[in-house]
Design a protein around this ligand. Sequence first.
Ligand code: AVI
Length: 337
Amino acid sequence: MHSSSSPELTQFAEDVLRGLSSTPKQLSSRYFYDDEGSRLFMEIMKLPEYYPTRAELKIFTEQKADICDAFTERRHPCPQPGEEADKDVRVPIDLIELGAGDGTKTAVLIEHLLATGVDFTYQPIDISQEANDALEARFKDKFPDLRIDPHTGDYFKVLGSLKSDNGRRKVIMFLGSNIGNFLRDNAVAFFGSLREVMNENDRLFVGFDMQKDPRTIVAAYDDKQGVTSAFNLNLLTRINRELGGDFDLDKFSHYAQYRPMECAARSFLISREKQTVTIAALNRSFSFDQWEPIFMEISQKYTHAMIDELSGDGGFEISREFYNDEDFYIDSLWRPI
Ligand code: AVI
């Protein structure tokens, strides 16, 4: 998409222009993931303070049999009167993952599906060809019998091409509480668009990070080693490199907060002094007051009621939920309605 005034601007440039021209200033966290940003996110996932990845891995490790059963179950898990549960007959599935990362968590489910002889293919979808190539190489090495069919491109374009009913159930996975990086209206629209490319018998499997002790959440987004700070600041480096910006990273500092009433963690880069930043590709300068924030990212946390409402608003009903005892994290399996 191009604006009429600057037809040559890329989507990234347009979004930066719009974000830094708005009040309050903002930058979209979807641009965090250049090579360095992806590397820093891998580091974040190993931090002692960043619990979501370990929480989801624990659910998969401890409940893989139940999860894989639910993916391949032929009938409604609660049989209707006169109908018997038909647990032993498994449906073939296409396991489709949106943004698989390094695939560590998914590997747990794949290993179990292979061991139980389920008829399935694994189809990761990612915008990055390199990410898909690396994942394919890793999984082919780890699981020589796996049928893997990676797709590179926009989620919805790829899913649209997979829409036709081939007799196999699509199980679409969106893990890691990635949905938390969407504002609520965007999350509902995202689920609605997924619903449009799904058939009645398909399933959606979504990871949600739950509301918990606010101190635990803030620490996850403000780690002692400063990796999350580097992750946020890296977007300024990306703007400098790709758009000819002159951001001085020492003049901005990372700030993370959690607002328990909204269950939302937000991160900001705060201008430490009054300054002007010029971005050559936009042919524009932007003034910052001292202590003025740039809103960088929302990481929404959830209650059961919020998940229930989101599923309904997106066109789904909850079929099964997998969570740990403390309700720390939930993987929720949805069925289209
Ligand atoms: C990718 N996403 C779910 C992460 C999160 O928890 O919001 C991104 C992240 N930002 C800072 N730390 C991790």
